[in-house]
Design a protein around this ligand. Sequence first.
Ligand code: ASP
Length: 439
Amino acid sequence: MSNRIVAKFGGSSLADSDQFRKVKSIVLDNEKRKYVVPSAPGKRFSKDYKITDLLYLCHAHAQNEISFDDVFKHIEDRYIGLAKELEVKIDIKKHLDEVKKKIADGASADYTASRGEYLNGLILADYLEYEFIDASEVICFKNYGKVDLEATQKAIDEKLSGIERAVIPGFYGAKDDGTIKTFTRGGSDVTGAIIARCVGAELYENWTDVSGFLMADPNIVENPKPIEVVTYKELRELSYMGAKVLHEESIFPIRDVCIPINIRNTNKPEDKGTLIVDDNRPISYSGTITGIAGKKDFTVIAVQKMLLNSEQGFCRKLLSILESNGVSFENMPSGIDSVSLVIEDAQLGDKLDGILEEIKKQCNPDSLEVYPNMALISTVGRGMDRTKGISSKVFRGLAEGDVNIRMINQGSSEINITVGVENDDFEKALRGIYRAFAQ
Ligand code: ASP
């Protein structure tokens, strides 16, 4: 492993010149921090605008032939202010004028949005005295929109060879023909992960405005404990269920090469944050869980049929009904005579009645019931399969929290116990489970 760290800084870490100063002192504090990936400037205060949102707005205005001068002025003021306060040498006004002209000339939404990171990268590179490498030269997309890791590796090998320290803007790259392509929102996290992979970094640091993951949502549970170490797999389960700090796709580029990710807080650099490690790394297991996360608004379709276990093709029929309606499911707990489909309401839209009709017709069930307004809560922990008493604690926590459990599912990965409760019991359930483990 090389002695390089890739450090990605999120929008709030680069929202104003004071934040830039913090970033500089963090970068200079460890000389291994050789590659820095910035987001676009984020909000400075809660009612502030994110530059990326303003850029999308400019694009929408331009498309509808409405003047975007006023919106662009906000963008200009932010960057010009930054450049001035940080006393950088680049002529940021010249770059802004170019961007404005391209938007007026009909540039794509991806190009327009990517300029947030591009302009911020120019300023940061100058301020850190690092080389600026345009992400369009090193992050390669296939024409149908997926990242081309092989081409990216080659481009990074070529471009970064001989460059000791560089700033590479996050969020975008380019297709073969040079057109700019962005990741989905929050995608600078993915850029950082790709760069970390391609330079063989020993660590990928992701600097943000929280000190990593907490065991539960702090808006629901009072003062939850931080998670110090979490595996990729656990994190997938937790973030899928709503624990959001990192873009979901950031794990994939580095999972097979086992580069750890450290989530750190730019405003509290003394905090250790959360370390995300590979699934096989031996970790001392403390006998408790890693975290709890959940989501509201699911519907359960419960299908009962005698001897369902011996009827071949029953589940295939059921699932093909969902498929033909363009609906995916979250969970499918089953018993000998019953199977339930847990579906997110956002997926279901107004398709429920049609789906029920088709199930009746094609599967001929003994009974078909629908339970709306359900919430799912996952309790996640890597040692679960080897530790006695975890599930009893989950259920004790729920009972003591006075919550009725409507559904239970232990994920086949065995690092997760998921329960379904009424939407109205969601918060109580989360607190109950947390309490059972926090004692
Ligand atoms: N600036 C982009 C966004 O707001 C990407 C990022 O911040 O990671 O989504």
